[in-house]
Design a protein around this ligand. Structure first.
Ligand SMILES: Nc1ncnc2c1ncn2[C@@H]1O[C@H](COP(=O)(O)OP(=O)(O)O)[C@@H](O)[C@H]1O
Ligand SMILES: [Mg+2]
Length: 504
């Protein structure tokens, strides 16, 4: 049993962890649940010896321990897979596995290492080729190697920091199978997540953190998603925003045989066609980097197609400039908000109304000629979208990433657009803001907007989309209805398994 008692840790200006106590029993999966910035990573970085706590103590089997470094944590049987992997690309799996051990002065023979990796892989269902070079591995495989590295050290405590953020559904399922086997072997797992569906699937116990404080520790069997959401955010949340059925209208957004290159001149969008009707949300599921960015940018007019056409409300806008598309009622929430969607040196207020940021032209919003009107309206948006900023006059660049996202959302979704392209609209947002985005997108739909939602998170797509298409390698490889029973099928299509879905 491991015990963290009254742990506190401050960074300049923020108490990241505020007298948190946390008990990890052997053989349990214990989830740390909390919004972005709740202190989950910091708490575990203390346990793994990356940070020293300001106060509080750590006990293993009742004995006080001082964990001074990751090496020292490993010596205490504690291993952590961080959000950013640490494999050396040119090294093999086996070499990566023993890298840390070499630093400790242990030099196991290569043949032995490879055999052990195979054994561990078989035991836990974490198969990787020990001879493969790390750079040739998929993200899921890299994660497996990171876990095997830890198991190799004989660790009895495994910390996983948001491991599923980078996985497609069948990989998540395989990871969970492995975690269950580790439990059987009496290994304890700290699982960090903010995805309630997953948390309910894999946890034995759950500790909820909010703003550096431990809200409570509960048994999975004795709680619900709604109760967890409330603990996490501090108020009631609609965990399952009901997908409103709206009668769909005419074709609003149409894309025909679109072919688009990426920045390197390689085909990124390969002959894509689809239609989104008024009052409809078309979800495009995909692992990032399969053409979503280029598709969205091309529809908005920031990237020229090599071939194909884009229509809004029946009008061919393939050669229409962005400014004109905006006037025709097209809104865009790009995935790279900091880089593309705001003018960092303009104030929050100006960013809220300067819809033509993309063309660098003078803001044309009618309200802008009325200063008091602007102030009132921007204050309302700041409040409605819970944008945390010293004032509406603050330059946008001084806001945190999450708040910059909210500025973009507020601008793009408050103008009653005809069509909305939402690229990963909740990425990096906390659960409260996420719920707000869901509600706002569904309101747009109810008002008759056509919404194109590009997302990697299937729960998000299932909540919002009326139809789901899957993009892989720049092509739409299939359609499926947004239903949990299609999770596996969609996941397979997302990872390139052909023939999994309905005809595109
Ligand atoms: N190295 C650091 N320097 C300064 N502030 C940090 C650092 N690491 C985390 N923080 C701050 O501590 C708080 C908790 O962050 P973190 O532990 O990463 O939260 P979580 O993992 O729950 O998202 C946040 O306000 C974050 O900005
Ligand atoms: Mg974190």
């Amino acid at each position: 049993m491991l015990e963290m008692k009254d742990i506190a840790k401050s960074f300049p200006g923020v108490k990241a962890v505020d007298d948190v106590s946390f008990v990890l029993k052997s053989g349990e999966v214990h989830t740390l649940l909390g919004e972005n910035g709740a202190g989950k990573t910091t708490l575990m970085n203390i346990l793994f010896g990356i940070y020293r706590q300001d106060s509080g103590e750590i006990l293993i089997d009742g004995k006080h321990v001082k964990i001074s470094s990751p090496h020292n944590a490993i010596a205490h049987g504690i291993g952590m897979v961080q959000q950013h992997f640490t494999l050396v690309p040119s090294f093999t799996v086996a070499e990566n596995t023993v890298l840390g051990l070499r630093e400790l002065g242990v030099f196991p023979r290569t043949g032995r290492v490879e055999r052990r990796i195979r054994e561990l892989g078989d035991t836990y269902g974490l198969k990787v080729d020990p001879d493969a070079r790390a750079w040739t591995l998929s993200v899921g495989e890299k994660q497996r190697v990171e876990i095997l590295k830890i198991l190799y050290t004989g660790a009895k405590i495994l910390i996983l920091d948001e491991p599923t953020a980078v996985l497609v559904p069948h990989e998540t399922r395989a990871l969970f199978d492995a975690l269950r086997k580790m439990k059987e072997a009496d290994t304890s797992v700290v699982f960090i997540s903010h995805k309630l569906d997953e948390v309910m699937q894999i946890s034995d116990r759950i500790t909820v953190l909010r703003k550096g404080l431990a809200v409570d520790t509960v048994d999975k069997k004795a709680t619900t998603k709604a109760a967890l959401a409330k603990m996490m955010v501090g108020r009631d949340l609609l965990v399952d925003v009901p997908r409103t059925d709206v009668e769909t209208g005419s074709k609003i957004l149409e894309v025909k045989n679109l072919r688009v290159n990426d920045d390197r001149g390689l085909t990124a969008v390969n002959d894509i066609s689809f239609t989104v009707r008024a009052g409809e949300v078309l979800g495009i599921a995909g692992v990032e980097g399969n053409g979503q960015r280029e598709l969205a940018e091309c529809i908005y007019g920031m990237r020229k197609p090599l071939n194909g056409k884009v229509f809004i409300d029946g009008q061919d806008i393939t050669r229409t400039p962005v400014r004109k598309r905006v006037q025709l009622g097209l809104s865009f929430i790009p995935q790279d908000r900091k880089g593309m969607a705001i003018s960092p040196n303009l104030s929050v207020e100006e960013n809220l109304f300067a819809k033509n940021y993309a063309t660098q032209s003078v803001p044309s919003h009618p309200l802008l000629s009325n200063r008091t009107g602007v102030s009132t309206a921007s204050r309302k948006l700041v409040r409605d979208f819970s944008i945390v900023t010293p004032s509406e006059k603050t330059r946008a660049k001084y806001l945190s990433g999450g708040n910059i996202q909210k500025v973009v959302l507020a601008r793009e979704l408050s103008s009653s657009p005809k069509a909305v392209i939402a690229a990963q609209p909740t990425r990096g947002l906390d659960v409260g803001a996420m719920e707000f985005v869901y509600k706002t997108l569904l309101e747009q739909k109810k008002k008759g907007a056509a919404v194109l939602l590009l997302a990697g998170d299937l729960d998000e797509l299932f909540r919002l989309a009326d139809r789901v298409a899957v993009i892989y390698g720049g092509k739409l490889v299939g359609y499926a209805s947004p239903d949990s029973s299609n999770r596996e099928k969609i996941g397979l299509m997302m990872s390139g398994a052909s023939g999994a879905g309905d005809e595109a």
